[in-house]
Design a protein around this ligand. Structure first.
Ligand code: FPP
Length: 250
């Protein structure tokens, strides 16, 4: 086993890791290839990181696979990404089941082309009773879309008397988000050396540890992932308290 793997404290793992997989396009360009080539190679990294999360028994792994804004990319690229999603789901559903993994999704998935939506729902259904790692794909997702949906639903429920406006607090808001069944991410990773959040899980990352990796997503390996987990475990999470208070409560 690798150096970084051996340094991981298996009793202090993040319960939820979220990843903004960035750099496919630039990686392809640097290799003199069309952007879709970057996405094809990005799937290898998806596989590697999913496997690493499952082996470590990390409970939730959320991958930002397609944003609301990505619908504005050239049709050719959107089609390539949708095709990759279908072929990956076809190829990997059995692997997910063999590894007791569950697939879930967040986002406006109704906007996905019918065949993609059907494949996705088929895989979600087929893996729904698995109890190991949950692979959560953010598809046609953006945080502002999700927040607007939450506000719409809360106002509906106030209007129809289901809840009263005085009940609105952090917890209630979280229960109206698409991540209601998932704990907030402990760790958010973005690859490709960009220091942005890009409309991803804005509410949920209030206390997440952030890690910006310079590695382009198609080059991202299990080893890179292990290294980040080791770094995460060296940090002290204070949630607004003092370092002394955290030490005392241990
Ligand atoms: C960002 O790179 C990546 C995406 C928009 C899509 C990520 C998709 C995959 C890795 C493949 C499909 C996923 C699954 C789960 C099967 P970019 O194109 O923004 O790169 P750039 O910033 O260099 O242009």
């Amino acid at each position: 086993m690798s150096d970084f793997y051996n340094q991981i404290n298996k009793n202090a793992l993040p319960a939820h890791v979220a990843i903004i997989m960035d750099g496919n396009g630039r990686w392809a360009k640097a290799n003199g290839q069309p952007r879709a080539y970057g996405h094809i190679n990005g799937v290898k990294s998806v596989r590697a990181v999913t496997e690493a999360a499952a082996e470590l028994q990390i409970k939730y792994l959320t991958l930002y696979a397609f944003s609301t804004e990505n619908w504005n990319r050239p049709k050719e690229e959107v089609d390539a990404l949708m095709g990759l999603l279908v072929s990956t789901i076809e190829k990997e559903t059995e692997t997910l089941n063999k590894n007791n993994m569950r697939l879930t999704t967040i986002g406006d998935t109704k906007r996905l082309p019918e065949p993609v939506y059907k494949k996705l729902m088929g895989c979600i259904e087929s893996t729904s009773s698995n109890t190991g790692t949950t692979l959560n794909l953010a598809l046609s997702y953006s945080s502002r879309w999700e927040i607007a949906e939450m506000v719409r639903q809360i106002s509906e429920d106030v209007k129809n008397g289901k809840i009263s406006s005085s009940e609105i607090n952090d917890e209630l808001i979280s229960s109206y988000l698409s991540t209601k069944d998932i704990p907030d991410p402990d760790l958010l990773i973005r690859t490709s050396g960009e220091y942005r959040i890009s409309n991803f899980l804005l509410w949920q990352i209030a206390y997440s540890e952030l890690y910006f990796s310079p590695v382009m997503w198609p080059d991202f390996t299990k080893e890179n992932f292990y290294e980040i987990i080791v770094d995460y475990q060296k940090r002290q999470r204070r949630f607004g308290k003092t370092g002394e208070q955290i030490e005392e409560s241990k």
